[in-house]
Design a protein around this ligand. Sequence first.
Ligand SMILES: [Zn+2]
Length: 182
Amino acid sequence: MEKKYLLIRLISTIYNYKKIFFIIMMFAYVYSCQLRINKNQIGSSNQNISQKKMKKTETEWQRILSDQEYKILREKGTERAFTGKYDGHFQEGIYNCAGCGSQLFESETKYRSGCGWPAFYDAIPGAVEEHEDNSLGMQRVEITCSKCDGHLGHVFNDGPEPTGVRYCINSVSMDFDKKDNE
Ligand SMILES: [Zn+2]
């Protein structure tokens, strides 16, 4: 009698573990799908982000931005290689959007790529959006600010570890905020 009871207990315990295992697997699956969605944001602007967008008319932007900033941020221009103020700049701090001030890149992710523009291997989560760009006879991925849609630069798949990507960004599109070492 006692043995039989123990056996039933054992079977039900194993069954419960299986259930828990199944639930964990379900969570892992849902989470991994979520990650894939986050990684494949090219061209998509979800409801949350678009609600927080900064909207201005072109006349307002012209008033706020310098001629050079307007040309790059609003007209998708590119500064000449090796001329940008942040190309060889390696202080500790945060690089913000020159259009709206939102935080884009951390200095820890900046590296010397030699390409002539500031390069980062990662962006602050949610700070930038990706768009297909087939202009100038090239297939590239354009990077814009999530908040104001200002043009920042492009992202390429030739970056260093851990991400393997290179965000190639115009210095003009950014303002640097030095970290306070308190
Ligand atoms: Zn912005």
